[in-house]
Design a protein around this ligand. Sequence first.
Ligand code: NAD
Length: 356
Amino acid sequence: MEYKLAVIEGDGIGPEIIGAAVKTLNAVGAKYGHTFTYDYVIAGGASIDKHGVPLTDSAVERCKASDSVLLGAVGGYKWDTLPGHLRPERALLGIRKELGLYANIRPAKLFSVLKDACPLKSEISEKGFDMVIVRELTGGIYYGERGRETGEDGVEAYDTERYSEKEIDRIARIAFDLAMRRGKKLASVDKANVLESSRLWREVVHRVAEEYPEVTVTDVLVDNAAMQLIKNPAQFDVIVTSNIFGDILSDEASQLTGSIGLLPSASLGVTKCGMYEPIHGSAPDIAGKNIANPIATILSLAMMLRLSFGLELEAAAIEKAVDTTLSAGCRTSDILDNGTAPLSCTEMTDRIIKNL
Ligand code: NAD
């Protein structure tokens, strides 16, 4: 098959980790008989330097014309003092909006060979964990009505959590479909003991659940979910939740894995075209040194192959190659624990490709 990717290298370590990912994808293509073509699109800080804005209409059109978008990371010290609407990160919001990407999928997996990097007690980390958090991305309190008014006690500010049945239904379906491919367990996280929007969330999730009788659904209040992630993360398979709860819980879960250099993510929406990126930022402190960990970006490729292109075999091959490489003791400097010399970004990539 032939697939066309829009590739946004971005800023900082972006070009290094994207270089690693493209090399890996070409190797997968050669092994499994696929052709991947790349349209390099400029966005973020690089676009501000060239076009004066973080995202141009032409960049959006080229992303829309692709089968999926692969992104490194955007941002850096150079653009930190620009006003909000001109910051590099605005490019991400623009792409999500224009491509209708309403679901953010973030796996948090503890690699067995990296258990020592987990900050939890060893009796908990020993059990390992492998979960996916599905966060609603384009609704809720981050997009609801907000404002300030003057009340009896001075200035008052408000933000509104508002969800429609349609928004909850479509994110629930993404989560159920994922659960069907995994352990068939879904935890729906809300605050239904207090919030009306959460009560609707719960109703709709249970309605959708009737179409997925094989999936076991549990309702978990968000405060309990935050505790359970620390107490017993192994209990979770797929978690589905609102924008604000998902924002907080996915960062909590990522910290439990010990390194942000290992975690991929996907944003999915109305079409098969998704955006795939590592969860970390542009790491300006290590940019240009060829020491960035490429694994999060390489695992983002696996998500793309599986979720947008339906290439399960190829996706699993990438994940297995990463596992094998880590099990062989290969480490970049961010996950160094065994006293061996760290591999560079390109060396780590070459080892993974060798293990494909
Ligand atoms: P960061 O994730 O870039 O870096 C945090 C720390 O982790 C740094 O010490 C960095 O060196 C290290 N790190 C990150 N990725 C690594 C990798 N692959 N290998 C080894 N070490 C790695 O977060 P930050 O420093 O808060 O942000 C830097 C810039 O990135 C900011 O401009 C921020 O706005 C932007 N950012 C972009 C995205 C995105 O593009 N999706 C996400 C988060 C932050």
